[in-house]
Ligand binder design. Structure first.
Ligand SMILES: NC(=O)C1=CN([C@@H]2O[C@H](COP(=O)(O)OP(=O)(O)OC[C@H]3O[C@@H](n4cnc5c(N)ncnc54)[C@H](OP(=O)(O)O)[C@@H]3O)[C@@H](O)[C@H]2O)C=CC1
Ligand SMILES: CC(C)(CO)C(=O)C(=O)O
Length: 306
């Protein structure tokens, strides 16, 4: 199976490495020093289960790859438009384009660019970051990919991707309700990113302190209320279920947005807490905590000093 990874950082680099290790024909699209390092020394995953791929196919010219079976979109949300333009030569009539980016707005951009039958939905759970060019660091053992057709069918291409993931040791599932899965991840992610980035601590201390724990729960509750108002089948007390996941992950785990803040990068807050505020407004659902998170982080959203 020929798989192109558009954006080979924390998310794309990690899952691409596992897919390559499992025997898939993986092509990494990267740029800058990270690309140079991957070309020279391959790709290294550090963490609970280290991987070193001494040689990888890596390029900044997607057209060189040719048509792929699957294109995994793994760039930050602010890079989506440019990435979509660049992946066009990879997408044939039978290619599946899957965004594993965070948030619930990401697939709108793909729908505007591709035919609906070229798209599948996706969710990635992992805590990773580019530690140095060519090196991805994973914190904690959590790693999981969910993907599926938006019409709920178990398609041959979905089954083939599932087999490739399982061969690489990825905890993968072919979902028959991928929209709900995307929202379920959104609830957790908005809670984790909003709290870790504003409080500037990993999940361990946040979940242990009663006041910050309640804050985490209440931020997620707002996302649940917004999702339900938009017709997503989330139980009313779903924030409590997601709190359980926050209790299960490694205490030193933090969000990719917190990593971005620490490095002075841009933040995805506009699509995460900010997205909750916008989607809440559209249905008249109050979201004061997510509004506060977006407001607190506004001065950092475009990058600069943390
Ligand atoms: N990391 C994580 O733990 C998880 C992240 N996510 C989500 O996944 C998405 C990606 O996040 P993450 O992997 O952390 O981000 P990273 O910044 O680690 O990786 C993205 C990579 O894509 C590169 N890139 C962007 N545009 C292009 C382009 N046009 N051509 C070539 N390379 C490009 C970036 O280069 P450059 O640095 O030069 O911009 C960077 O190396 C986000 O939406 C995030 O929320 C989801 C689950 C877990
Ligand atoms: C919450 C987490 C770590 C889970 O995958 C994530 O998606 C992110 O921080 O971007």
């Amino acid at each position: 199976m020929k798989i192109a990874i558009m954006g080979s950082g924390g998310l794309g680099g990690y899952f691409g490495a596992r897919l390559a290790q499992g025997g898939a024909d993986v092509h990494f699209i990267a740029r800058g020093k990270h690309l140079q390092a991957m070309r020279g020394n391959g790709l290294r995953i550090e963490g609970p289960e280290p991987i070193h791929l001494a040689k990888v196919h890596a390029t900044d010219q997607p057209a060189e790859i040719g048509v792929a079976d699957v294109v995994m979109l793994c760039v930050k949300l602010w890079d989506t438009e440019q990435a979509i333009a660049q992946i066009r030569p990879l997408v044939g009539p039978d290619t599946a384009v899957i965004s594993f980016q965070n948030g619930v707005l990401k697939d709108q951009f793909l729908r505007a660019a591709f035919d609906e039958r070229q798209l599948m939905g996706g969710v990635g759970y992992v805590a990773t970051t580019i530690e140095a060019p060519g090196v991805i660091r994973q914190t904690g053992p959590m790693q999981r990919l969910l993907f599926g057709e938006f019409d709920g069918s178990r398609s041959p291409r979905g089954e083939a991707l599932l087999a490739a993931c399982l061969a690489g040791g990825i905890q993968a599932e072919l979902s028959t309700d991928i929209r709900r899965e995307i929202w379920q991840k959104f609830v957790f992610l908005v809670g984790l990113s909003g709290t870790t980035t504003t409080i500037r601590k990993p999940i361990g201390p946040i979940r242990s302190n009663p006041q910050t724990r309640a804050f985490l729960h209440d931020v997620m509750s707002e996302v649940v209320a917004v999702g339900r108002a938009h017709g997503v089948a989330l139980p009313e007390d779903y924030a409590q279920v997601r709190l359980q996941l926050a209790d299960d992950v490694s205490p030193d785990m933090t969000s990719s947005m917190h990593h971005d803040l620490q490095r002075g990068n841009r933040l995805e807050v506009r699509w995460l807490a900010g997205g909750v505020v916008e989607l809440g407004k559209a249905k008249g659902v109050p979201t004061p905590l997510n509004r506060a998170i977006a407001d607190i982080l506004a001065l950092h959203a475009e990058g600069g000093q943390p």
